[in-house]
Write a protein that binds this ligand. Structure first.
Ligand code: NAD
Length: 418
């Protein structure tokens, strides 16, 4: 990992603690995950050999409700990253007013090296190892980088098998056929676009002229590009782990995400898409565009490249794409940053709907899910924007953290009589 993600998360907490009403003891509690599990998962490989994979689950805070957060399968997964992601989930659920705490999990693995059977056994092994600590009332995992609805189906099945009855509410992000919810797969991106449109209105940007670059073309990046394309915005550059593409001057004004996806599915990357020039992921961030949507991994904008960023608006679709140092430099440059805990909360909001539907065994239409998502995320945006206006020199990140941390701190205090 490029920098210590949890240190960054703690710095963000320290920053906000200076402007909110939080006593020292509560703050001390908020600086630590409540529980961390480290598991070694033996998996029988296709060769017949056993390989052991290291997995984590960090349960950060449950003052507002059960722990909630995704599971990441990636070679760079480490404890600091998982802890940071679980802290950010706590603030994310809080800022949009969900009755959830925050958690996060991960396994150190390169999924490209696993067969489908090996991936299934690893996913089931993760649930076996953590069975006592997860469940609809305790901790509800979901997909993250390199984990998808199929993996959630295996995990739900494994947990249900061990319990002896069907427990669809143990994970969210499942396929619709096994208790998933309509609209979940594009909900993170849809939520981000609702927030993006609100800020475009507030900043009085000329929507037709805005040029957008999106880093990452997975679940979040692809659907963001697709929804923005459908709304008539100009997405001029996208990327994946193999590199990026930018439209060549004078050709099309926007990339058609569905066509780019077909190219990626056929060739393994967005790179080489007709009518575009190949760029690196670093170059994508430094393009002469109006809006950047980092939608891949964390710590991609740091003090090393912040001065080269030309965009005036950054919508953090990924978790933690900016380091705190970059945040300060960009604020000085007048760049508006919509923080991850608000911009990408659409996924957990619709995950919450999925869990509610699982618990009540009554399912909603896609329209119901998406219109409820819109209400929740737009209200949260208005609240954050309102807070920002009340405080001098307050970034949207600080405003969002102030609301989120204050809510968790109040719940901690009320529950624990500190
Ligand atoms: P994904 O695995 O579907 O896609 C990740 C994308 O990033 C892929 O296109 C991959 O090629 C690209 N990528 C990987 N390594 C890269 C690198 N070094 N440089 C540039 N690109 C790279 O993951 P996702 O679900 O789209 O998640 C992306 C981000 O959004 C993560 O930070 C995740 O935590 C966050 N997020 C996801 C959701 C969700 O619902 N999926 C919700 C909230 C936040």
């Amino acid at each position: 990992m490029k920098s210590d993600a949890f240190k960054n998360a703690l710095r963000q907490l320290e920053n906000v603690s200076k402007i909110i009403d939080v006593d020292e003891s509560t703050l001390e509690i908020l600086k630590h995950p409540k529980k961390i599990m480290i598991v070694n998962i033996p998996v029988k490989m296709d060769s017949g050999k056993i390989e052991v994979f290291k997995g984590y689950r960090s349960q950060y805070n449950d003052a507002l409700g059960p722990f909630k957060g995704g599971i990441r399968f990636h070679p760079d997964v480490n404890l600091s990253e998982v802890k940071a992601l679980s802290a950010w989930m706590t603030w994310k659920c809080s800022v949009v007013g969900l009755p959830y705490g925050g958690g996060k999990g991960g396994v150190i693995v390169d999924v490209r090296k696993l067969s489908k059977g090996e991936l299934e056994r690893l996913s089931r092994g993760y649930v076996q190892a953590l069975r006592d600590f997860i469940g609809p009332e305790k901790d509800i995992p979901a997909p993250d980088v390199n984990t998808d609805p199929q993996i959630m189906a295996w995990m739900m099945d494994e947990f249900s098998r061990m319990q002896g009855y069907n427990v669809p509410g143990v994970v969210t992000g499942k396929p619709i056929e096994v208790g998933g919810t309509r609209g979940r797969k594009f909900s993170t991106s849809q939520g981000g676009v609702y927030v993006f449109e609100k800020i475009v209105e507030k900043l009085e940007l000329d929507a037709k002229k805005i040029k957008i670059a999106i880093q990452g073309f997975g679940n979040v990046g692809y659907f963001a590009a697709d929804i923005l394309f459908a709304l008539g915005y100009n997405v001029v550059a996208v990327s994946d782990s193999k590199g990026g593409i930018v439209l060549e001057d004078g050709k099309e004004k926007t990339l058609n995400a569905k066509e780019v996806l077909k190219h990626k599915e056929a060739t393994g990357s967005v790179v080489g898409y007709p009518g575009t020039r190949t760029i690196t992921n670093e170059e994508l961030l430094e393009l002469d565009v109006d809006v950047l949507m980092p939608s891949a991994l964390e710590n991609v904008i740091t003090d090393k490249n912040a001065d080269k960023i030309k965009a005036k608006l950054i919508v953090e679709m990924a978790n933690g794409p900016l380091t705190p140092e970059a945040d300060i430099l960009l604020e000085k440059k007048g760049v508006t940053v919509v923080p991850d805990i608000l911009a990408n909360a659409g996924g957990v909001i619709v995950s919450y709907f999925e869990w509610v539907q699982n618990l009540q065994n009554f399912y909603w239409s896609e329209n119901e899910n998406i219109s409820r998502l819109r209400t929740i995320i737009e209200d949260a945006f208005d609240e954050v924007w309102g807070k920002k206006c009340c405080t001098e020199n307050c970034s949207l990140r600080l405003a969002a953290y102030a609301i989120a941390v204050e809510r968790v701190a109040t719940a901690e205090k009320l529950r624990r009589n500190l």
